[in-house]
Design a protein around this ligand. Structure first.
Ligand SMILES: NC(=O)c1ccc[n+]([C@@H]2O[C@H](COP(=O)([O-])OP(=O)(O)OC[C@H]3O[C@@H](n4cnc5c(N)ncnc54)[C@H](OP(=O)(O)O)[C@@H]3O)[C@@H](O)[C@H]2O)c1
Length: 246
């Protein structure tokens, strides 16, 4: 699905690419960025959830929505290099090279000791969290480097800096995100930066998967998004290689 492929953000407004925009943190961040007047490029696998997000990205009826839409929402599977290549092509053709990329799409294993995690499930977590992030870097960093400008935020985790039983596959991938980020930071030219950002603990489907019913004790994505948006919008190239927390 492709929605609103034309239009440009106004002066001072950013174009923000958010992967995994269909629910959880990615969705709430997309809504918050749009509310602040920034153009959102969002992707996920769920067509229906993106369709519902599109309605929420538009201003209230009291403020007429610009035509055409400044936002671009499209299905993409970050695990697939080809799918991400198509996304980058679409973005470049519609002249929406992002000022900011938030590599947010992620997956976690069902709580289990490592020897009980099926190989396919381990692969799914690695493919989504490590290869998915890297697929985005492969196809989007050249666009940012050409523009000589851009900030990439790789969503990490407290579990990318600490350890926990039964989520070893997930922890391994988030430690990888920290290492990937710091290494790529050393490769980037002036004007382009990459940052690892731990979002804190937020009540989403992913948190419910590992915390069970106690996930409900934590902040909602809607309460988290304004803090995250402010932090992300204030990042500069001086933050290149940093590991930060919302
Ligand atoms: N919630 C927390 O407390 C917490 C803490 C630390 C870190 N994080 C990190 O924050 C990020 C967002 O987590 P969340 O809690 O919002 O998780 P979530 O509610 O499970 O949402 C995950 C998002 O990623 C998308 N996604 C998954 N696989 C994808 C794929 N192959 N291609 C494209 N999109 C894909 C999902 O969309 P589709 O299913 O439609 O594709 C969904 O939009 C993740 O990187 C996670 O590791 C979260």
């Amino acid at each position: 699905m492709t929605k609103g492929a034309a239009g440009a953000a106004g002066a001072g407004k950013k174009t923000v690419l958010i992967t995994g925009a269909s629910r959880g943190l990615g969705r709430a961040l997309a809504v918050e960025m749009a509310r602040r007047g920034h153009a959102v490029v969002g992707c996920a696998r769920s067509h229906d959830a993106l369709h519902s997000l599109h309605a929420d990205l538009h201003p209230s009826p009291s403020s007429p929505s610009p035509s055409p839409s400044p936002h671009l929402l499209t299905t993409a599977d970050v695990r697939s290099d080809g799918s991400v290549r198509e996304l980058a092509k679409l973005v470049a053709e519609s002249r929406r090279v992002p000022d900011i990329i938030v590599n947010n799409a992620g997956a976690i294993n069902k709580n289990n000791k490592i020897w009980l995690v099926p190989a396919e499930e381990f692969d799914m977590v690695v493919d989504t969290n490590i290869k998915g992030t890297t697929n985005i870097l492969r196809h989007f960093l050249p666009l940012m480097i050409e523009k000589k400008q851009g900030i990439v935020v790789n969503i990490s985790s407290g579990w990318g800096r600490s350890a926990a039983a039964e989520v070893a596959p997930y922890c391994a991938t988030k430690w990888a995100i920290e290492g990937l980020t710091r290494s790529v930071a050393k490769e980037l030219p002036p004007g382009v930066a990459i940052i690892a950002l731990s979002p804190g603990v937020v009540n989403t489907d992913m948190l419910a998967s590992c915390f069970g019913s106690s996930a409900a004790l934590y902040q909602t994505p809607e309460a988290w998004a304004p803090k995250a948006a402010t932090m992300i919008l204030n990042l500069t190239t001086e933050d290149n290689g940093a590991s930060l927390t919302v």
